[in-house]
Design a protein around this ligand. Structure first.
Ligand SMILES: [Zn+2]
Length: 306
């Protein structure tokens, strides 16, 4: 009896593999990938932000709610296909709109962010009061997706570190200072060896380095996350991968810093350096218009005054 059941289960698995992966693979669509048991990534289109889905016996944790309200609803659809559990917790890897506008799609969730996340969201909201109206006007689909919109800043803000235990899963939140936004969080699942690495490093794209962002802080964050020895790395934007993402970023910043250093030693001004320093090895990366912010950060890291 046992053997028969085993054989038929094996047959069913073999059949589903032949049909293209796990029994759920077709249902979830090509943008949802399983990273570990109960841990999924909903990948953004192009450079749109990624979201994480962590399923537990006591509810679901969502990491970032998507690029916009359409994406948030797509994340919610994926959750519904995976489990009947409600989304209880949303973790923000950063407070920017392209990670947080869709919080209202998860009304039962407690939103958790690093200290400063709420202030960043409120400031951005005040600075662009017509943001949601503009988005509504962009398409009929967006208008529908924004039905019931509410501004939902974090309910809980932590400092430095926080551990969440839900339904037998452990999720560690680690604050990363000065890597991208006012409140960046790495989300680490020690048992599943998955890290959601926020926008400290993005993939195949030049990152925007704001005036408070420093290259040494970015590199320190990469080192910290690499030391966790993750199997999967899910960046805030770009294709999920491995710690290779941190290695590639390190290499890029080392070369950039070396070139800016050489130009500084020739006594060049920052304006000249911004004009002259080129990174042809990375010409295929997106968002090349952000390069001046990268050169400026390298200049600051080398002791240049702005
Ligand atoms: Zn951002």
């Amino acid at each position: 009896m046992k053997l028969v059941r085993f054989a038929s289960a094996a047959l069913a698995i073999a059949a589903s593999v032949m049909l293209g992966g796990s029994p759920f693979a077709q249902d979830l669509g090509p943008r949802v990938k399983k990273l570990a048991d109960g841990v999924y990534v909903h990948t953004g289109k192009g450079f749109d932000s990624n979201s994480g889905i962590i399923i537990t016996d006591e509810g679901v944790i969502v990491v970032d709610t998507g690029q916009n309200a359409i994406e948030s609803r797509s994340v919610m659809e994926a959750v519904k296909k995976l489990t009947s559990q409600p989304v209880k917790i949303v973790i923000d890897t950063e407070p920017h709109n392209d990670h947080t506008t869709g919080h209202f799609v998860f009304p039962q969730a407690i939103v958790v962010a690093a200290a400063g996340g709420g202030e960043s969201m409120r400031t951005a909201n005040t600075a662009a009061p017509n943001r949601i109206e503009t988005a509504r006007a962009s398409s009929a689909e967006m208008k529908t997706a924004l039905d019931g919109y509410r501004f939902v800043p974090p309910h809980v803000e932590y400092r430095d570190r926080m551990t969440i235990t839900l339904g037998g899963r452990t999720v560690e939140l680690m604050y990363m200072k000065n890597v991208h936004s006012e409140a960046d969080t790495a989300v680490w699942l020690p048992r599943e060896r998955v890290v959601f690495s926020a926008s400290a490093f993005v993939v195949n794209q030049v990152n925007i380095l704001r005036p408070f962002v420093t290259i040494p802080d970015i590199l320190a964050a990469g080192k910290m996350m690499k030391a966790l020895n993750p199997e999967h790395v899910v960046p805030g934007h770009g294709t999920p991968g491995t710690t290779q993402i941190f290695d590639d970023g390190e290499k890029y910043y080392a070369l950039l810093t070396q070139r800016v250093d050489a130009a500084m030693k020739q006594g060049k001004s920052l304006d000249d350096i911004k004009r002259e320093v080129k990174m042809p090895e990375y010409a295929s990366w997106g968002s090349q218009d952000r390069m001046p912010t990268n050169i400026e950060a390298a200049y600051r890291a080398l002791g240049g005054r702005i």
